[in-house]
Design a protein around this ligand. Structure first.
Ligand code: ADP
Ligand code: ZN
Length: 747
């Protein structure tokens, strides 16, 4: 019977949160035999639901039970010997659950790495230590010479030792140790030891640069905040090449001198050896957390960080949870990157989590970008955050001139070329002068559509509402959503016509064109298809750095962060790919991308130029980016956002429903929206419900998708409404839903 009535004053109860979208914690009695082992932050196994299925949850509190008359179930088992999360991390994860409308247990499950839960890379080993009996009577014990030697080794060690260690030190076999054990003078303890170490070789130390005037001014401000030892968010807006990283490094130097640690978040694709080197050459101990770590590596780093042995943690999104014991500073580089938002539960944004964590720990947060998000800019405008600007590139280098080419009048593009006449001649010139070229195109594959000229239909994935992309290397049509690979139809599935055409250009086709037009010039393609093998990314970048590759073409992967002085030309093949997306941030993304790609050139006295091909050259996002006019762009865009009543002026939560049966999904979406609407009115909560409607990707992996949005001034009314309605939401068989607070992905 798992039941027990809690009546004695001497009972202990555990509050447990489970890996479920539940806002509540459940109370369980702690049986007396588990009292010694259980602790807050550890995992336990508990019976849950009608069938008392055993579930794993985290203990978030311990104490006498609240309602003494209620019948409580009992904790079955304690899984961890040590807490996996600190009290501070409990506070932070609770905030995340609250803010992102998910379960606290889900957050804990999501942020404690599997390798840490499983203690990967460690094993239990047998150790020996003297017993009380052995210690007491040591002088009088009747022992053989070897036994005495072994025993003395143990006594002087002052800590449990492994059999081999004793045997080596006492120059004996295992016999004497076993004899001591039999006599009750020593006992066995099982201790956990690391089986592997992932120490990195120390990089050659380099000295800091002498900060230029702008950097110095920024640092003076930052140091003031650091010394004040309080929370504050600083937006470091610095044009590409203005030396933001150097500012981060010297800010970290300050807090390391106080014995504190820093966390630096960068987008995953920026975790290149180049970036890592920049930190490793300046600090003694740097941990790099990327997504390819094995469980045991991750666990090892976690332990090192928690022990305070790491000065700087550099990592992608989830490094915001690094268990630094004396955190002094958090930095988010390229804060505008959408990869800082997690696309699965918990759907947190590392920037918001970092903001909360630095508030809880009273430390500053620095957000760096050449193209800050409207959200961050808005916070500066309202006075919530502090702005520090770097207007100029290091070494007084000018920003590169940008030419916008209207491809509607380009004879070559009209004939199907990806590289237009102007860009082509600019490439020839740059190469003649010994420079290198970067070509950016946001579409991978060979052709993004297979199209029927007779009926105008393009071939879609059978499971997704997405057109298939032709991949010439595989001779297959691929769905970029679900990854399915199919033979491309020769006959139109809609009308039976047998002259299907591949239309549009992806990176594979661009590569073919470059190789044909620039025969004899070395060229490499960098996109997720070409860079499947681990390390291939680094190999290509190294070859490019050494000039062994003259033309580098690719997707997002090459758009950001790269710092190659010999790149004298950047070409954007199609600036419009992001512009016509059904997304309130379409302009912002277009601006950011062009500004970032343009930032890859003009990084030395050789100078550099940018050619941006577009069919809508007068689009403000494109025009402003070509003028390097962030302020102009953000001013216009801010006005548009305000008039459209969208973020950063309103808060949004997006509810996405999916299921096999389209009618069921639609009906359920309508019922949910109606219930929210009605409850909102009853409670006088100013929440607007927008939709429901089919999601922009109306079908994904065979499931129909609908969505609607909750919009309000600030998140509070949305959260309040959701929490009221959540438990009453009608269940529908075969329909699942998720809530996405502050959604970034609108598809
Ligand atoms: P950002 O991140 O703002 O684009 P980086 O940090 O990449 O700029 O800096 C651009 C280049 O300038 C890098 O090669 C960097 O090493 C160099 N640099 C930065 N600060 C200085 C300085 N004070 N003196 C000399 N070189 C610097
Ligand atoms: Zn698909």
């Amino acid at each position: 019977m798992p039941w027990e009535t809690a009546e004695s004053a001497d009972v202990l109860a555990a509050q447990v949160v489970l890996n479920k979208p539940l806002a509540t914690a459940y109370t369980y009695l702690v049986p007396s035999e588990l009292r010694e082992q259980i602790g807050v932050g550890q995992r336990v196994r508990v019976p849950f639901g009608r069938g008392d299925r055993a579930e794993i949850g985290y203990v978030i509190d311990l104490g006498p039970p609240q309602a003494t008359s209620r019948k409580l179930k009992r904790v079955l088992d304690v899984l961890d010997r040590e807490p996996l999360v600190t009290p501070k991390m409990l506070q932070l994860t609770r905030w995340i659950a609250d803010y992102y409308l998910c379960g606290w247990g889900q957050v804990l499950h999501g942020v404690v790495p599997a390798g840490v839960r499983k203690l990967s890379g460690t094993r239990l080993l047998t150790h020996f230590r003297p017993t009380a009996l052995g210690k007491q009577a040591y002088e009088a014990l009747s022992l053989s010479k070897k036994q005495r030697a072994a025993f003395e080794v143990l006594l002087s060690a002052n800590q449990p030792l492994r059999g081999e260690e004793i045997a080596t030190a006492a120059d004996c076999g295992t016999g004497p140790i076993n004899a001591l054990k039999h006599k009750g003078y020593v006992e066995v303890v099982r201790l956990r030891e690391e089986t592997a170490s992932y120490e990195t070789e120390a990089a050659e130390a380099e000295t800091d640069f002498i900060a230029n005037e702008e950097q110095q001014n920024a640092l003076t401000e930052i140091h003031r905040t650091l010394r004040a030892g309080e929370h504050r968010t600083i937006l470091l807006h610095g044009v590409t090449g203005s030396g933001k990283t150097e500012v981060y490094i010297q800010a970290i130097r300050e807090i390391v001198s106080y014995g504190r640690q820093a966390i630096v978040l960068v987008p995953e694709i920026s975790l290149t050896p180049q970036t890592i080197r920049r930190f490793r050459t300046r600090f003694d101990s740097v941990a790099v957390l990327h997504s390819h770590l094995s469980d045991s590596e991750r666990h090892w780093h976690w332990t090192q960080i928690a022990a305070g042995k790491v000065q700087v943690v550099v990592g992608a999104r989830s490094a915001v949870f690094a268990p630094c014991p004396h955190l002094g500073l958090i930095i988010i580089d390229e804060e505008h990157e959408t990869t800082f938002k997690q696309d699965s539960v918990p759907r947190y944004h590392a920037r918001e989590v970092a903001r909360e964590r630095s508030r809880l720990e009273d430390v500053p947060l620095i957000l760096g970008s050449a193209t800050p998000t409207l959200e961050s800019w808005h916070r500066v405008q309202t006075g919530e955050d502090q702005l520090i600007s770097l207007h100029k590139r290091v070494g007084k280098l000018p920003l590169p001139p940008v030419v916008v080419v209207d491809v509607r009048n380009d004879p070559l593009v009209r004939k199907g070329s990806a590289i237009g006449r102007a860009l082509g001649s600019a490439m020839r010139l740059a190469l003649q002068d010994g420079g290198q070229v970067i070509l950016f195109l946001n579409i991978r594959g060979f052709s993004p559509a297979i199209w029927c000229p007779a009926c105008g239909a393009s071939v879609k994935c059978r499971d997704c509402d997405i057109t298939l992309t032709w991949h010439k290397d595989k001779r297959k049509a691929l769905c970029h959503s679900c990854g399915i690979e199919e033979d491309a139809p020769r006959i139109c599935p809609s009308c039976g016509n047998n002259a299907m055409r591949q239309v549009g250009t992806g990176t594979q086709k661009l590569e073919e064109e470059v190789r044909a037009k620039f025969a004899g010039i070395t060229c490499a393609r960098m996109d997720s298809d070409a860079m499947k093998k681990p390390g291939s990314h680094d190999t290509v970048l190294t070859a490019f750095r050494h000039g062994e590759i003259r033309i580098l073409l690719g997707t997002q992967m090459i758009a950001k962060g790269l710092d190659f002085p010999n790149v004298t030309l950047v070409g954007v093949i199609d600036a419009d790919t992001l512009l016509h997306q059904p997304d309130l941030r379409a302009s912002e993304r277009t601006f950011q991308l062009i500004a970032q790609v343009a930032g890859r050139t003009g990084r030395s006295s050789k100078g550099g130029r940018v050619f941006v091909q577009s069919a809508s050259p007068s689009e403000p996002a494109i025009r402003r980016a070509s003028e390097h006019d962030y302020l102009g762009f953000v001013t216009d865009e801010m006005r548009d956002r305000e008039s459209m009543a969208v973020p950063p002026f309103r808060s949004l939560a997006r509810v996405i429903l999916r299921g096999d049966n389209e009618t069921a999904v639609r009906t359920h979406a309508q019922e949910m929206a109606k219930l929210l609407q009605k409850t909102g009115e009853q409670r006088s909560l100013a929440v607007e419900i927008l939709g429901p409607a089919p999601a922009p990707i109306a079908k994904l992996k065979g499931q129909y998708r609908y969505h609607f949005q909750l919009s309000a001034e600030g998140l509070d009314p949305i959260r309040e409404l959701w929490r009221i309605v959540e438990s009453d939401l009608p269940a529908a068989a075969g329909v699942e839903y998720v809530v996405d607070v502050d959604p970034v992905n609108m598809r």
